[in-house]
Structures are given as C-alpha cells and as structure tokens.
Design a protein around this ligand. Structure first.
Ligand code: G4P
Length: 545
C-alpha cells in the first residue's frame, strides 16, 4: 500500500492502522468467552497453553471476601486488553469483565471497540446480558460478528438461532459458515463462499485442533463425514442462498448485517476459520467524531480518549490507571500531550501496555491500541488527550442503571470525608450518583448497572476515606432520562408510579419499579420522550455532594 501523498511517517502510520483490528466480546456469563479468548490467543502464539487467561476456579470462589475481591480486581486490571499478532495483523482484544464484576466499565469498553463479537451458547441462544451489550453496540453502530459456540453439545437448530437474532434484535445475519452436524456428531463447517468443507478432529486440550480442508466431493469420498449430515448442511445452505442477501461489507461495517460463525471453542472447532474471516471482514480503526469533525486515524497529530479508570485498591498509594484508546497518530513514550478538559500539558512518561498478568512500558502505540497511563487524579472518563490542534472526542454516555440504593452516612462528624469520597468516586466513574429532588434530603443515591459496583464503593469509602456507610436499597430497577429536561416533565403534569430524581448535571431522571410501570407511563403520556442513556455533557462541571 503506497500513496504518493503521504510522508514516510504517515505511510508507516497508515500501514500500522491497516494492520490493526480491535474487538470486544459480548456475551452472557458461561457462553464461553474465556475459552474462546484462550483459543484465539493460542492462534496468536501469545500464550503457550490454554488456561492461562485467568484462574477460573479461583474466580468462581469469589463472593464477598474483600481480599478475594482485590485479587479479582487485580485480574480485571491486567486483562483489560490483550494484544496479539496473527497472519500479519495486530489484534487488540478488549476485555469486557464477566458477570461477577459486570459494571459500567463493561459498557464503556465498547466505546473503545471498533468491532464486537457476539458469543452465543448454541443451546441457549440470546441471553439477557448479551441483549444489553448488543444495545450498546447498536447505539454505536459497530460491526457485530456472531459466534455460535458449544456446537459439540446438543443445541438448538442453527436456522432457529439465526432467526431469533434476526427477529428479536432486528439484526440481519449472513452465515459465513454452516455446521455439519451437532452435538456428538458435530464434524465441522462448510465455508459458504468457497464451499470448502472444513473438518475438525478432536485435539489434545490446549492445542489447535487437527483440521482438514476438502471439497464437498472430496469430503464425500473421504468417508470422514456421514453423508446424511453433509446433505443436511448443504440443503440448509441452499435455503440460505435462496434468501438471496449478499455479504455487503458496508452493511456489516454499519452494524446492520452480522456475519455468523459456528464452532466449539472448547474443542477448538471453527475458531481458526472464524479468526481468518474476522480479519478479512472486520473494520479497521476508523475515523472518530470529535468537536472538530471526523478525525482520521492516519493523521499527523496523536489523539485518544480515556474510556476506563482503574483505581488500585491499595489505600497507601492511590495510583490509578487511565486506559486510553488511541484514535489518531502515533503515540510515543515521553510524549507531551494536551489535556482537552483542563488545557494542561502532560508528559506521558510511564505509559503501559497490559497483557495478562504482565505490564510493560510501551514505546509506541497506534490507532486501535489501548495504553494505560498512570493517573494521579487528573483524568476522568471521556477525557481527550491530543497533540497539535485542539480537539475533543464525544464523551461516553451514562448508561441506564438498574440497581439503586441510598448511601447513608451514619456518622455526621465524618461528613467531610464522606463527601470527598463520594465526589471522587463519582468523578472516577465507579458509580453514578443521583440526588433527591427534595434538597433537604442530602444523602446521595448510588445508581449502578452491577451489584459489585455498590460493594466496591462502600468498600473503598471505608478503606480509602475512613467512612463507614450504610446502603439502603430502593425498590427500583429501571431508570430513564427525560429527553426534554424539566420543561418537558412539567408539561405532562403529575405522573404516577415513578420517582423523579436529579442526576449529577441536574437533569431529571425517572425511576420505576419495573418495566410495567414504565410502559404504563409511556401509554399515558406518549408525548414524553425518555432515553435509556444520558445525553453526553461536555464543558459543564457536575454537581458535587
Ligand atoms: P465465560 O467466560 O463466558 O463465563 O465462559 P467460559 O469460557 O468460562 O465457559 C463456561 C463453561 O462452558 C466452561 O465449563 C467451559 O469449559 C464451557 N465451554 C466453553 N466453550 C465450550 C464449548 O465449545 N463446548 C462445550 N461443551 N463447553 C464449552 P465449566 O465446566 O464451567 O468449566 P471448566 O471446568 O471447563 O473450566
């Protein structure tokens, strides 16, 4: 790839960008994300043996023991991004934490991803957490690749699984390969474009499986696959062809058409064909919207944004790591960048690249990569850093919380520390803070997407700020922002079966016990426009406690 208009530096940058693919896996717990991740890393030669990604058994034990929690957070710190090379590409796999630590971080990570892999268990199909994460991907219109896993176990009919995605998510599907048999008789897949029959042999745990690529006729002759299984797969493929749609890359990249793959992560069936097709079809780092228009990744100036902050649980030195998604230009160690929100210049002297349990200092990074910066309290979620002319990326929205609790401070003399802690943890994005509309009720309301967020806040308030708090659950499970703000809310008059609160930007948020109450309000007042995510604000400081 050469372009006469690019300087040698930009040419090198363009090549680095063209080589990069980044993605996050969205799935419900137990669909096989850890297993698939391990297998992918195996292909990248990044780990020698499956089982190295995380100590699963250990993680399972974690419930409420805080020492264990620390350990667990240690794991999620270090496995935030996994980078590996495969077939001439550099792949960044952004980790979305699993169920025990499902939190807003899970959503925010998707803001840094260019592609998502939706992983389904063939026996279960679409599950709740996958649907939620899918909604976030849809909002960002990122390409979604579907991997239907556990084909080695009895599962639902492939056509039915595809239909469910199309009907329930409104996402058109384009199976790139089709399974031959399932359960005990899962033999392999047929590549829809080449009509190659890819047969897999079971391999030793942790090794790439033995793979045989044959023509349909060759597969028949070989006797390696039962003729009736092959015929059924071919028939179903014909049905799909009859449906007529093309694999339109533009639709894929717009998040409207999902390439679908079948396989079994555990037995390593179908992982290699998936990875190869993913590299071919996935979106490389794309231009991003900013205050000065779309920013091309191949631009002379470096820029990026913070999508996640991770605080160390060690109260003695509160080091925090800010995770930055590189959006344009080349990042170099010791570079001085501008911090858009404060206008300050910052020298980035100890940037880190994180892999598994290891951290290494990065010398350089390119668009699509993620770097970890030591953050002595200056970065907030959504902050932009850049060199050259000023720009600011669109912030990261607040996602709809589902768990709400009053945070009580039983000891009035500790109020100062309580306030400091609550404000700092909010800034860090550990939890969302809502306030009662009655200003005499000063206690904040914690609003989270995962229970662990609340536990972490309480734990950190005690350990880092010395305040013991009490959580008083509120019986709500749904929050909606009022799109027209206070005037729109006042216009509809009195409303029932919901509580109005304020967010940190003094915007009205309605809390409902359940979807039924929400639907009731929508029926009574169709003119009231509600949103599951808060509009992004920039340049305005939030209310502090
Ligand atoms: P998660 O990260 O999405 O939560 O899922 P994880 O990979 O931990 O997989 C959950 C369980 O599903 C594991 O079993 C794993 O071995 C199994 N699994 C993953 N992929 C496949 C597959 O393709 N086929 C089959 N049959 N099983 C699969 P476990 O018993 O909970 O753990 P382990 O004892 O295997 O470690």
């Amino acid at each position: 790839m050469t372009s006469p208009t690019l300087t040698p530096e930009l040419q090198a940058l363009a090549e680095a960008v063209a080589r990069r693919r980044n993605f996050a896996i969205i799935s419900h717990p137990d669909a096989g994300k850890t297993t698939l991740t391990e297998k992918l890393l195996l292909y990248g030669g990044a780990i020698q043996q499956a089982g190295a990604v995380k100590a699963k058994g250990e993680q399972r034990k974690v419930t409420s023991d805080w020492m264990e929690l620390e350990k667990q957070r240690g794991i999620s710190i270090t496995s935030t991004v996994l980078q590996f090379d495969y077939a001439g590409s550099t792949i960044n796999l952004l980790d979305t934490p699993g169920h025990q630590d499902f939190s807003e971080d899970t959503y925010r990570t998707l803001a840094a991803a260019d592609n998502a892999v939706m992983l389904e268990d063939a026996a279960k199909g679409l599950e709740p957490q996958t649907r939620k994460l899918f909604e976030v991907c849809r909002m960002r219109q990122i390409p979604i690749f579907t991997f239907i896993n556990k084909m080695d176990r009895p599962g639902r009919e492939p056509l039915e699984l595809i239909d469910e995605i199309e009907q329930e998510l409104g996402l058109a599907c384009w199976p790139v390969n089709w399974p031959i048999g399932s359960g005990e008789r899962f033999r392999g897949v047929i590549d829809r474009r080449s009509h190659d029959v890819i047969l897999f042999g079971r391999a030793e745990r942790g090794k790439a499986s033995e793979e045989q690529v044959l023509t349909v006729a060759g597969a028949r002759e070989s006797g390696a696959v039962e003729p009736e299984l092959l015929d059924q797969a071919l028939e179903e493929l014909e049905l799909l062809e009859g449906a007529g749609a093309d694999l339109d890359l533009e639709l894929v990249h717009g998040g409207q058409l999902s390439p679908v793959f079948f396989g079994s992560a555990m037995t390593n069936f179908g992982v290699r064909p998936f990875l190869d097709a993913f590299l071919e079809l996935a979106q490389k780092p794309t231009p991003r919207a900013s205050s000065t228009g779309l920013i091309d990744p191949v631009a002379p100036g470096f820029s990026g944004f913070v999508f996640k902050l991770q605080a160390n649980m060690d109260p003695r030195h509160r080091d925090r790591v800010a995770f930055v998604r590189v959006c344009s230009g080349q990042f170099e160690k010791d570079m001085t960048v501008q911090h858009a929100r404060t206008g300050r210049a910052i020298r980035l002297s100890r940037p880190q690249k994180l892999f598994g349990q290891d951290r290494e200092v990065v010398e350089d990074a390119y668009p699509g990569d993620v770097i970890g910066l030591n953050n002595p309290g200056m970065f907030a979620i959504g902050d932009t850093i850049y060199t050259g002319s000023r720009l600011e990326y669109e912030g990261i929205p607040c996602f709809s919380p589902e768990i709400f609790a009053w945070l009580r401070n039983p000891n009035p003399s500790a109020f100062k520390s309580f306030r400091k802690g609550v404000n700092e943890l909010r800034e860090e994005g550990a939890v969302q803070i809502l306030y009662d509309t009655d200003e005499s009720k000063r206690d904040p309301i914690l609003a989270a997407v995962g229970q662990l967020q609340l536990e972490v806040v309480q734990y950190r308030l005690e350990n880092e700020y010395g305040v013991q708090t009490r959580l008083e659950p509120m019986g709500f499970s749904v929050a909606r922002w009022v799109v027209g703000g206070w005037p729109a809310l006042e216009a509809v008059g009195r409303i029932f079966n919901c509580k109005t609160v304020r967010d940190a930007w003094n915007r009205p948020v309605l809390l409902f016990k359940n979807d039924w109450n929400l639907n009731q309000l929508a029926e009574d007042h169709p003119e009231l426009e509600l949103s599951t995510v808060a509009p992004v604000v920039s340049g305005v400081e939030p209310i502090s406690l």
